[in-house]
Design a protein around this ligand. Structure first.
Ligand code: CA
Length: 757
């Protein structure tokens, strides 16, 4: 292999590719493959440029090293921006001085190391004064959902990351992090600007932050990182969109669009948060700014339509821990919150997190000239502890009923009007001049960040945006139609009997719907599962009757299951006006079985009937490691009936003590359960087991001849409401607190127990 022949070709390429410019000794090397790159990579001089040929570069681990100068940096760029695709197991490390990288796209693969882009070669050889610009990382995820990886890791000093597009991270680990782990990476003065942080789905665990600066360990060290004019679009990973964990950072002029979570000053002092705009549009868990630590300034920010609560509210000022360890909560001291507008946002929380441990209230802090407006004229403030250490001055709120913070506020009705910059301001009201956010804020547009040559994803409904495909009764007509279907299509089933002889694997969104009401659509299946939701799959069933009578006579069948291995993309499952019968050919026949490492954004069962089931309806209990991971975000069951179900209606498990997720959420309303949970194989001995669910509503149900409903509270101040239910010949609800000696925090009202004898 190592013949002269092999050596000769790259040399020839090299000679042909070398273009010497007339002004200086700087060279442009046009390289067409990895061998050619390696030839030039070790001898780059100031002013040199390496240009990667357009095309797909597979398994290319780029090490870009050199010492350029401010006047003559060394460049690595795509021949044409966006036309150089790094795929397979590729990544990029840079080390040296004055390096500039531009125009690359990472997609169709994942990094073999722990990051896609690292501003270092190894622990001691870092990049300084260097820049990554106009680069895309799109769904470049390890296939194993909980394999921890970070896309961009900034080390060194004076680096810039700008006009990049990061979209679709679905594995555990931050999208981007600034590290301060050695002295050479501290006081770093990095600049992160004009980037498009595209949608990041709910992770269902800690580790879903979009941007983190520092770690608790080095949090009393200054970073001086500036995060400016970035657009955060639906960054929903977890509670913290941004976690600032070092000193003297600045967050200026960023837009947060429908992003769940908050910009959190988790650790570190002297942060400035100015001219940021948050648009929640009422989306669940959209939050604003969370204040912790010393000398923080939150000035001239605009928040509208934020629905988040608790630590995820529109503005949250936390309590600290006296003499806090470095990784807990430092007291808020000498901080300033001024000239912010909080519009139609549900929650402002002061002294939040107050408890036996977090007893250090905010001190020597000021809250002034803030404008609070809600159409509903309700008080958005919750005060958890003594706030006499905050001085309130010249704030305005629009006529909130029974407002609790009288001093330092004017509480009078006023109206708002949208200005040309898209933001709301009080209608000509001179007394409010100088209160709230300034009129000169110009929220950065989505088009002004990232790159122009790579599309930014628009919002789209999961289901029913495609074509309608008519399907006739018979053997495998559904399987045939499914092969032809595209994402968003509807298979319209004519009345009659359908038999499915094979498992239907779903890698797209599809709806199966009865055409009309001229007769029943009846569906039988002959494999251990009718549907398997695979990567990219979503399923909606409407108006269909499904029978398990022809399923194999073996234990553990399911009507629907997820793929058996880890799945990156979250899925949705909707069952509407359906009837499911005879899941009883053998024991442990579930309606839905999920695998570990899979996650549903939502599961809904509406107006449907289930009877004769030997397993569970929804078995969501596969994350048993107690890492705070779970299997579904929203589970909703409404106006449905369940009759003779041997297992649980739902077995929902989120173990551990982690507090960084919003869910799981569970609702059961206006439904009838008869003889549920009583099978001898049902280990939970319940009709429903909700372990560590964060938001629960069980209301208006009639539960007869069933095992008890069991609720186990873990952490995170779960909100549990159980009301207006009738329990007939069914034992009392069991609610317990696993990690708290307080009385349980469930809200129970108007539940009636009867026995018939
Ligand atoms: Ca976190």
């Amino acid at each position: 292999m190592k013949s002269n022949h092999m050596n000769a070709i790259p040399l020839l390429v090299l000679i042909l590719a070398l273009v010497v410019t007339s002004e200086s000794n700087a060279a442009t090397y046009r390289v067409k493959d990895q061998v050619a790159y390696q030839k030039v990579a070790s001898k780059l001089k100031p002013g040199d440029t390496v240009e990667l040929k357009n095309g797909v570069w597979n398994d290319f681990e780029i090490l870009f090293e050199g010492v350029g100068t401010a006047e003559e940096p060394i460049e690595l760029r795509a021949q044409t921006k966006g036309k150089v695709i790094l795929s397979g197991n590729s990544n990029l490390r840079l080390a040296g001085e004055h390096l500039v990288v531009s125009g690359l796209v990472f997609k169709n693969g994942f990094t073999p190391t722990s990051s896609v882009i690292a501003f270092r070669k190894n622990k001691t050889e870092l990049a300084n004064n260097s820049r990554i610009t106009q680069t895309v990382i799109h769904e470049y995820n390890n296939p194993e959902r909980f394999e921890n990886e970070n896309w961009v890791m900034m080390y060194g000093r004076n680096n810039r990351f700008d006009h990049n597009h990061l979209e679709g991270k679905s594995t555990k680990g931050v999208t981007m992090a600034v590290r301060l782990n050695t002295e050479a990476s501290q006081n770093n003065h990095h600049r992160i600007d004009h980037n498009y942080f595209g949608p990041r789905q709910i992770l269902g665990s800690n580790g879903g932050e979009t941007l983190r600066i520092g770690t608790s360990h080095y949090s009393l060290t200054d970073s001086f990182t500036v995060v400016e004019n970035n657009y955060f679009d639906r960054c929903d990973g977890e509670l913290e969109i941004i976690s600032s964990k070092s000193g003297k950072n600045k967050f200026i002029g960023n837009v947060f669009f429908e992003s769940r979570g908050t910009l959190t000053m988790r650790h570190g002092n002297d942060t400035l948060i100015e001219r940021n705009v948050f648009f929640g549009n009422g989306v669940d868990h959209t939050g604003g700014i969370r204040v912790i630590n010393k000398r923080q300034t939150i000035r001239n920010n605009y928040m509208e339509g934020l629905a988040g609560y608790r630590f995820g509210g529109a503005l949250v000022v936390m309590n600290g821990v006296p003499n806090s360890p470095i990784n807990r909560y430092h007291q808020v001291e000498d901080s300033l919150v001024e000239n912010n507008s909080l519009i139609n946002s549900d929650h402002i929380q002061l002294a939040a997190g107050s408890d036996f441990e977090r007893s250090a209230v905010p001190i020597r802090s000021t809250f002034e000239k803030n404008l609070i407006y809600r159409d509903v004229k309700q008080d958005p403030f919750t005060v958890y502890d003594d706030v006499s250490g905050i001085s309130f001055k010249d704030n305005a709120i629009n006529g909130a009923a029974s407002f609790q913070l009288e001093d330092g506020f004017t509480n009078q009705s006023f109206d708002m009007q949208r200005a040309e910059n898209g933001l709301l301001y009080p209608v000509a009201e001179s007394s409010l001049d100088g209160v709230g956010a300034n009129k000169d804020i110009q929220p950065i547009a989505k088009e002004a960040v990232g790159v122009a040559w790579y599309p930014k994803p628009a919002a789209r409904a999961t289901f029913d945006h495609g074509e309608k495909i008519q399907v006739e009764p018979g053997l495998d007509t559904i399987a045939d139609a499914l092969k032809e279907a595209s994402d968003g299509d509807v298979l319209a089933l004519t009345a009659g009997r359908y038999t499915v002889s094979r498992m239907l694997g779903l890698t797209k969104s599809v709806t199966l719907a009865a055409t009309s009401d001229e007769g029943e659509v009846e569906l039988f299946f002959e494999r251990g599962a009718l549907f398997e939701i695979q990567q990219g799959g979503n399923l909606k069933l409407k108006g269909i009757k499904i029978s398990g009578a022809e399923a194999p006579d073996s234990a553990g069948n399911s009507v629907i299951r997820t793929q058996r291995r880890s799945m990156l993309e979250n899925y949705e499952l909707i069952i509407e006006n359906c009837e499911v019968v005879d899941l009883d050919i053998n024991h442990s026949f579930n309606f839905l079985t999920v695998a570990k490492g899979t996650f549903a954004d939502r599961i809904e069962i509406l107006n449907s009937k289930f009877s004769n089931v030997t397993g569970a309806i929804l078995s969501l209990d596969k994350e048993s490691d107690d890492y705070g991971i779970y299997n579904a975000e929203y589970v909703t069951i409404r106006s449905s009936q369940f009759d003779k179900v041997a297992g649980d209606l739902v077995d929902f498990y989120r173990g551990g003590t982690d507090e960084s997720t919003f869910g799981p959420h569970f609702e059961l309303s206006d439904s009838i359960l008869t003889d549920v949970g009583g099978g001898k194989r049902n280990k939970s001995k319940s009709s429903m087991l909700l372990h560590g669910v964060q938001v629960t509503e069980v209301a208006g149900n009639k539960i007869s001849d069933s095992l008890p409903v069991k609720v186990l509270h873990t952490v995170g101040e779960p909100v549990t409401k159980i009301k207006n239910n009738e329990f007939i010949d069914t034992p009392k609800l069991e609610i317990s607190e696993l990690y708290s000696d307080k009385r349980d925090t469930a809200h129970l009202s108007n539940n009636v127990y009867r026995t018939t004898e």
